[in-house]
Design a protein around this ligand. Sequence first.
Ligand code: PGA
Length: 246
Amino acid sequence: MRRKMAAGNWKMNGLRADLAEITALASATSTTACDVMICPPAPLIPAMLALEAGIMVGGQDCHAEQSGAHTGDVSATLLKDIGASAVIVGHSERRADHAETDAEVRAKAEAATSAGLIAIVCIGETEAERDAGDTLKVVETQLTGSLPDGTTAANTVVAYEPVWAIGTGKTAQSSDIVEVHAAMRALLRARFGAEVADGIRLLYGGSVKPGNAEEIFSLPDVDGGLVGGASLKAADFSAIVAAASR
Ligand code: PGA
């Protein structure tokens, strides 16, 4: 009942010339049974949308306020105004590089959903936290702290991204992914009720590649992926989209 999603996060990569990848992706993924999204650096969003490639386009971050004196920041309202469908909030690189707390992530998610965007809320443990056996505790704290009370299946997607798996070529074991996703589903049910919780898509992220996507996306409670490096090339990402469409 949950439609799978393959979301690409270009991070601080991509120039106008790389929009050719979107054209290639569109032709390689013209009939898909999943939602396909690319989150490029914000200045590329209008040009990506202008391609009318049939691919959802999202931002990588937004400010918690809708406007104001915040030099360099982008509001969810503007992202919505230029045609974005979603915005990633709380990515571990934002949490690490900009010291974003769960409370800030939650405020950003609130700004996103009130602007009419889907908030893709990211959580995940560091390697030290996993080694200490704290994975489920960290996931619970981040999930509880980062999701607003107004979370619905329509306005929110959660991405579980173990920090140690991002950009490293290491993926979590299938059994670990299943354990964390089941724990997230249970936490969502306890807070939002089964009807809302069972509709919320839970993505896995961290070194998703064409070679492992099918196995990961077939796991229970895994509703697709948030993909960094492998979203930059249409050949790789279209294979991941195909895996999410099965
Ligand atoms: P990766 O990044 O696929 O390059 O590991 C995932 C992410 O950060 O969303």
